[in-house]
Design a protein around this ligand. Structure first.
Ligand code: F6P
Length: 342
């Protein structure tokens, strides 16, 4: 059999570990592999590369994706959808493993309904896919946020300042909560709980009263104040899946805090640092486990499924369930984080 593999959406460390595991395990079944370049774009205008044991050797610790990625959405036009179906046939692909987030996997589910045998692998630093405890890429992003907070702590304390650190996560605050908890943040703000600027300032001034006249505030890019109607965006442009470019809450909050508390404040936007470089050991292992199980599902002819982590077990769930809704932050984990505010 000839199996197609593609990586779609925002990249993250661990993608190449999945590709390596799929090819390594699939070679044991005698399968051949076609790498699809730049996500779904590589099937709209065929752009492919052969994946062999030799070509995946050494990929485990590498960041990014050797296949390239994009946010192309072929379902936006009948013409592109038809082109994908025709190219899958012309390439002789017997099945397709899509490694991506809710957007990429949503396309995989729709293609199954048009007769394409698809399997999904949950990828995103946001950890916002339903049905899986963790997506790969998330642990690496949390480690980068923790590393950044550890470094920002010393300079913030030295200047008796407030540092607002804006982190990624689009519509769920998982990175902010886990990274903030691990990095010892004094306040953590997430889109799931619109915040009160005065309450944030209260935590900061309370610390000052205890002789700690410096604070680290972690804000998810989608977090916003109650008085606003929604998330702060960089511009009005939407991507192919209708997502706005989020950004600006860090700068907004640093200015407001300084104005209200008179404590010098600065902001840092970690941005794509959270998606760069080598995967953590945890993500390398999770990505490997996902890749092995994904190609085994192909071998078992169990399609339109997504591999998932539940507890310490790799299971499979329907792509429909996985992409049905955004997995938002568990209130229990946020309750624990709140204990350490101020
Ligand atoms: O979905 C992952 C993600 O990193 C989000 O956290 C972030 O908002 C978005 O991608 C950034 O998209 P891009 O890399 O296209 O700017």
């Amino acid at each position: 059999m000839n199996i197609g593999i593609l990586t779609g959406g925002g990249d993250c460390p661990g993608l190449n570990a999945v590709i390596r595991a799929v090819v390594k395990r699939g070679a044991q079944f005698g399968y051949e592999f076609t790498g699809i370049r730049d996500g779904w774009k590589g099937l709209v205008e065929p752009m492919t590369t052969k994946l062999t044991l030799a070509s995946v050797s050494g990929l485990l610790p590498t960041g990014g994706t050797v296949l390239g990625t994009s946010r192309t959405n072929p379902m936006k036009s009948e013409k592109d959808t038809e082109a994908v179906l025709e190219n899958i046939k012309a390439l002789g692909l017997d099945a397709l493993i899509a490694i991506g987030g809710d957007d990429t996997l949503g396309v995989a589910a729709k293609l199954y309904a048009k007769g394409i045998k698809t399997i999904g692998v949950p990828k995103t630093i946001d950890n916002d896919l339903s049905g899986t405890d963790f997506t790969f890429g998330f642990d690496t992003a949390v480690s980068i946020v923790t590393w950044a907070l550890d470094r920002l702590h010393s300079t913030t304390e030295a200047h008796h300042r407030v540092m607002v650190v804006e982190v990624m996560g689009r519509h769920a605050g998982w990175i902010a909560v886990y990274g903030g908890l691990a990095g010892g943040a004094d306040v953590i703000l997430i889109p799931e709980k619109p915040f009160d600027v005065d309450a944030v300032c209260g935590f900061i001034t309370k610390r000052c009263g205890m002789g700690k006249c410096f604070s680290l505030v972690v804000a998810a890019e989608g977090a916003y104040p109650k008085e606003m109607s929604g998330m702060i965006t960089k511009d009005k442009e939407l991507d192919a899946f209708g997502h706005a470019k989020l950004g600006g809450v860090g700068e907004f909050l640093a200015k407001e805090i300084e104005k209200r508390t008179k404590i010098e404040s600065r902001h840092v936007v970690l941005g794509h640092l959270q998606r760069g470089g080598t995967p953590t050991a945890y993500d390398r292992i999770l990505a490997t486990r996902y890749g092995v199980r994904a190609i085994e599902l192909v071998h078992e002819a169990s399609f339109v499924r997504m591999v998932a982590l539940q507890g310490n077990n790799i299971v499979d769930i329907s792509l429909a369930e996985a992409t049905s809704k955004t997995k938002t932050v568990d209130p229990e984990i946020y309750r624990i984080a709140e204990i350490f505010f101020g």
